[in-house]
Design a protein around this ligand. Structure first.
Ligand code: AMP
Ligand code: ZN
Length: 114
């Protein structure tokens, strides 16, 4: 069994508030939300980060982003607008090393990010 936290969420061995799932991705609410809507979309297969994806993963990456759009609609933030974030590596602020797309919305997002 993988020690990866998000692999355990995929396997349902630790709980999460599931928002969406299909054959390739699982989405669940972030445990420490930074906005009224803060959902994470992850591939079912373990990938450390977006930096580890290969040309052959283009379909998976597109699927992940399009799932983010579906979640924005499900969460009713699509019309007002939303933000996708993929933190990558140490300077990118990544803390969980299983690729995840943050879907943030429900408030105005500042720029530049911190
Ligand atoms: P990152 O800093 O981009 O790696 O984001 C990791 C995210 O995972 C953070 O926003 C955490 O709040 C979130 N997180 C950590 N553990 C859990 C968990 N058990 N369920 C849901 N979200 C989590
Ligand atoms: Zn994993």
């Amino acid at each position: 069994m993988s020690e990866c936290l998000f692999c355990k969420i995929v396997a349902r061995t630790i709980p999460a508030t599931l928002v969406y799932e299909d054959d390739l991705v699982v989405a669940f609410d972030d445990i420490n939300p930074q906005a009224p809507t803060h959902t994470l979309v992850i591939p079912r297969k373990h990938v450390d980060s977006i930096a580890e994806l290969h040309d052959s993963d283009v379909g998976l990456l597109g699927h992940l982003m399009l799932a983010g759009n579906k979640i924005a609609k499900l969460k009713k933030i699509a019309d007002a607008g939303y933000r996708f974030v993929i933190n990558t590596g140490t300077h990118g602020g990544q803390t969980v090393f299983h690729l995840h797309l943050h879907v943030l919305g429900g408030r105005h997002m500042a720029w530049p990010p911190g």
